[in-house]
Write a protein that binds this ligand. Sequence first.
Ligand code: MN
Length: 421
Amino acid sequence: MIRANDPSLTSWLTVAADSDFPIQNLPFGVFKTKGKAPRVCTALGDQIVDLLALHQLEYFFDLDIDASVFDNAYINDFMALGKEKNRAVRDRLSDLLRADSHFDAKDKAGAFMLNMSDVELMLPVKVGDYTDFYSSIEHATNLGCLFRDPENALLPNWRHIPVGYHGRASSIVVSGTPIHRPKGQQMPADATSPVYGPCKLLDFELEVAFVVGQATKLGESVSTANAEDHIFGLVLFNDWSARDIQKWEYVPLGPFLGKSFASTISPWVVTLDALEHFRVESPKQEPAVLPYLVSEGKRNIDINLEVIIETEKGEAKTVSESNFKYMYWNMSQQLAHHTVNGCNLNVGDMCASGTISGKEVGSYGSMLEITWKGTKPVTMPDGSERKFIKDGDSVVMKGFCKKDGLRIGFGETRGKVLPAV
Ligand code: MN
């Protein structure tokens, strides 16, 4: 077992039972305070722990890591050190923060701990390339029913290929960044020529993304058995979608401007290591997949997911409760497929799951499905209706794992929609 994962550990810092960040989590992020450059950090309860400060206090004395890895606006250099070093740092953080620590970190906490509410959490990863998959069978089936034929909801390739497309990395933003309603071309249902204007059908997509921590060479393919060596950790991911722009543009080459205006991620990258305890079997795949896509062992992860719409006045409504474990195609299969043609991965690449829908109406991961193309609006606490997202609304996504009294959370992705400019 990974030492930092020991469920019996407690910290000398009091951590609330419902915190996303117990001592067994220790995710990685980047923070900024006034007058200081961004630096790498972890989270514990409602505090952040400054890893550059820990380095300066020589708590990493034996790990042979340059200070520049933590004196850094992104965690990419840290991820590039490799799993063994990443794990050594996470274990050391655990050793420093545990109640029965042999180090004197508790006495020096003032030098490296800050209230999370007093710092600005930054985009943690410099995202090189971003790929979005389409790996939830429930979501793909719902969309097939809505837009094509309920009898043949899944296209012929769907059960054979983890379908995906290359998205836009430049517009991936961290939680809290407001989003302007995008403008673009749309073809209204009753029109004969397209119109230009603000998107009317603004939607979210509930997704989880993995972050690539180890690069591959051009021409190299990664097997499903080795895929997780290249996955550093996971973030929550809101793949904002302009449905009217998407509908008009997506044939024949797939999503473009209907997706590329923004995606929001959570500020903490939860390591694959920290999620070890929450692995579950993947759903059975029928028909059998090609040999290069066969994956062994527990490759899905039981992550409870929630989507909340918050009005400008702060009234909130949960519109979806889903779970990452529903994914038909797991991350190892996605990564093996991504590299099977020799396409190389870079540190910081991000691969999102695709909208995560469950079987029940309450577990659908987009407004398109929740309101069934706007035919079944959601009623908000103030009595107003939502078919899609209105200006002034915030979309909040949360995620956590829970098992045997251990709770590992992701924090949240929050994005407020501002009017088109
Ligand atoms: Mn998507």
